[in-house]
Design a protein around this ligand. Structure first.
Ligand SMILES: *[C@@H]1O[C@H](CO)[C@@H](O)[C@H](O)[C@H]1NC(C)=O
Ligand SMILES: *[C@@H]1O[C@H](CO)[C@@H](O)[C@H](O)[C@H]1NC(C)=O
Ligand SMILES: *[C@@H]1O[C@H](CO)[C@@H](O)[C@H](O)[C@H]1NC(C)=O
Ligand SMILES: *[C@@H]1O[C@H](CO)[C@@H](O)[C@H](O)[C@H]1NC(C)=O
Length: 402
């Protein structure tokens, strides 16, 4: 069975994969019971204009019954130097949890997805961001935590493991940095997707054109320089304790049509489609400065609770995203932070962070079965392809009433 490295098409619950063997460096320290570890992904090699989109199984991760408190990462080179986005654009990375048969490890894995709400395993990850990773807060305040490794939840004969997908695009020497980062099909000279199927006629950009090993167009006479890179990721956690209140992870997608099916092969693009395009605005709107593309969707929240954290994920051109409750109240609004310098973490014109919401616990509640509305705004003063409008929230069950 061929495994698609496109992370949202984790559409089949069970996948056959090979084990990736890799080295990593670990550093442990203790700070008020919060433990911190720094890990390296397997190395990936990028030449000018090339793309790496690989899935690494069984990556290094804290073991045991724990509560995750924080996860962050960045792309570095072999010497440990942070790599700026204008050299290597971090399109996305995704960290997902799975169960593997302990006597036939990683030959047949089962995703242990988050709480929802997309079809199948789509957007089933625990963590995942893109260019905004360096300056986006992910910490979970006390007394909350993301519970993993609970032995009572791991099926008999299985072990819990983590997979990491890193999609990075080298834009050194390319003809059009934004076009390559937005996966314009003409710049990649691609007419077929990763599985070899011809692209739809109206498909002009997105992940089907910048899969692993594709090449974006270089300026003439630009010397192609290959180098080895890593995703360095930092995990903070505490050992599980009864006083920790577990939170559930929900990920909403503004392209979600609400359609669902039982078929696993057909459903990848059915409900949450993950990507969409932003059409450029007309001359009249341009003159009035009205060039905002607003997209929205509504979805039923199966189970309510207290909202502890919220953040949106947007791409180049994003100008903000808001999640509303059924009565129109704002649950969380998350705005991109654009860089204005040269150094890694502040790259001029790139989204280098997203603002986050930490409502006072108990102040923002969602009811069981409440209809939520997600809005995602992009500047439409020029075309954008393959953009995303995702929204992550962490929700704690409401305390039981006496
Ligand atoms: C786990 O793998 C072993 C060895 O291949 C196999 O005999 C066993 O049936 C598997 N267990 C499950 C639950 O799939
Ligand atoms: C993979 O595991 C599932 C259960 O998780 C089992 O139903 C299926 O038969 C297994 N497939 C193979 C090829 O071992
Ligand atoms: C684009 O692809 C076609 C067919 O694979 C090939 O003939 C052509 O040389 C490529 N063009 C560029 C600029 O790489
Ligand atoms: C999105 O755009 C709409 C319409 O232009 C505006 O009313 C709304 O405040 C915007 N929201 C965000 C988060 O930018």
């Amino acid at each position: 069975m061929k495994y698609s490295s496109q992370w949202w098409i984790l559409s089949s619950a069970i996948l056959l994969l090979t084990i990736s063997v890799h080295a990593s460096r670990t550093l442990l320290r203790k700070e008020n019971e919060v433990k911190t570890a720094v890990f390296l992904s397997p190395a990936f090699v990028l030449g000018s204009g090339s793309v790496s989109n690989k899935v690494y199984l069984n990556v290094d991760f804290p073991r045991g019954h724990i509560a995750l408190k924080d996860f962050n990462g960045e792309v570095i080179d072999e010497a440990g130097n942070p790599i700026p986005l204008y050299e290597t654009y971090l399109h996305h990375w995704v960290l997902a949890r799975y169960y593997s048969n302990s006597s036939a490890v990683d030959t047949n894995i089962t995703f242990a997805r988050n709480a929802g709400v997309c079809q199948g395993n789509v957007l089933g990850q625990y963590y995942g961001l893109g260019s905004e990773t360096r300056r986006t807060s992910t910490h979970v305040p006390d007394p909350y935590g993301v519970e993993v490794g609970n032995p009572a939840e791991i099926p008999n004969g299985y072990v819990e493991r983590w997979l990491l997908n890193v999609h990075a695009i080298d834009t050194r020497g390319v003809v059009d940095r934004m076009g390559c980062a937005e996966c314009r099909c003409n710049l990649y000279n691609v007419t077929k997707d990763e599985s070899g199927s011809p692209l739809r006629k109206d498909y002009i950009g997105g992940l089907d054109c910048c899969y692993d090993q594709t090449q974006c167009r270089l300026r003439e006479s630009f010397e192609n320089v290959k180098r080895k890179l890593y995703l360095r990721y930092t995990v903070k956690w505490v050992d599980w304790h009864d006083s920790i209140v577990p939170v559930k992870i929900y990920i909403f997608d503004v392209t979600d049509s609400g359609k669902r099916t039982n078929s696993t092969s057909e459903n990848a693009r059915l409900g949450c489609k993950i990507e969409y395009d932003v059409e450029p605005c007309g001359a009249a709107d341009m003159g009035k400065g009205h060039c905002v593309d607003s997209k929205k969707m509504s979805i039923v929240m199966p189970r309510g609770g207290d909202v502890i954290y919220g953040v949106a994920h947007q791409h180049w051109g994003g100008v903000g995203s808001t999640l509303h409750g059924q009565d129109g109240r704002v649950i969380c609004s998350s705005i991109p932070i654009y860089g204005n310098g040269k150094e890694a973490g502040n790259e001029d014109g790139y989204i280098v962070g997203m603002s986050t919401c930490y409502p006072k616990p108990g102040s923002v509640k969602i009811s069981d079965g409440e209809v939520l509305t997600l809005k995602s705004n992009y500047s439409s003063s020029q075309i954008h392809t393959g953009v995303m409008g995702l929204f992550y929230i962490l929700v704690a069950d409401l305390p039981l009433k006496n």
